[in-house]
Design a protein around this ligand. Sequence first.
Ligand code: NAP
Length: 199
Amino acid sequence: MSYTIVGFGKIGQALAHAFARKNIDVTVASRRPPEVLAPQARAIGPTVVARSLRDALEADTIILAVPFEQHREVAKALPDWKGKTIIDAMNSLAPLEEMDGLLSSAFAAKAFTGARFVKAFNHLIAATLATDPVVEGGHRVVFLSSDDEDATAPVAALAKQLGFAPVKLGKINEGGALVHARGRVWGPLIFQDLFKKEQ
Ligand SMILES: NC(=O)c1ccc[n+]([C@@H]2O[C@H](COP(=O)([O-])OP(=O)(O)OC[C@H]3O[C@@H](n4cnc5c(N)ncnc54)[C@H](OP(=O)(O)O)[C@@H]3O)[C@@H](O)[C@H]2O)c1
């Protein structure tokens, strides 16, 4: 598997720390050129490498860590997203009527034609997500939801590799609704910093 984080702000950098902690290669990209992002990437760890957006999108698994309203711009970068898994770490507080009545992940997924779309890593504030998810006797929980059941397993495997305890919530519109902002109301699992005990 190859990984890219699109968006190298608070959440993108928090996730880059998680990859660096486990020595897993990840490319990072934003609208700024890679040479501008490179010092910050290097400072996080040697496995974090800045690339142009176009080059970074060669990865098969792409984490979206851009402001929600930018997802369409990112989607335009490839003619189709077949074969790619998108991990949606974005949150939107836009009223549902502005999103065709859909939750934000279902709305964003429409822009990434052909991609497998999984929501994850969105429910914690960046400062928390950046810290080591392994504590004595337990692992920080991340919630996964997707309308494509087959897409969830590799993202759960990645979360585990990064030291998190993945918890599957089911479909976006079902269990996944618990980690969505609905209109201006945060879902009840957002901001819940939970740990799962070692079995
Ligand atoms: N901050 C949190 O605690 C938190 C928690 C959970 C979820 N989230 C979600 O995570 C997402 C990112 O939030 P953030 O706080 O990390 O924002 P941020 O600090 O403002 O970072 C956004 C990043 O996206 C890049 N970007 C913007 N438009 C882009 C585009 N069209 N193509 C490529 N890169 C683009 C920006 O870099 P350039 O300007 O160089 O392009 C920047 O690196 C949001 O959807 C937010 O709702 C945030």
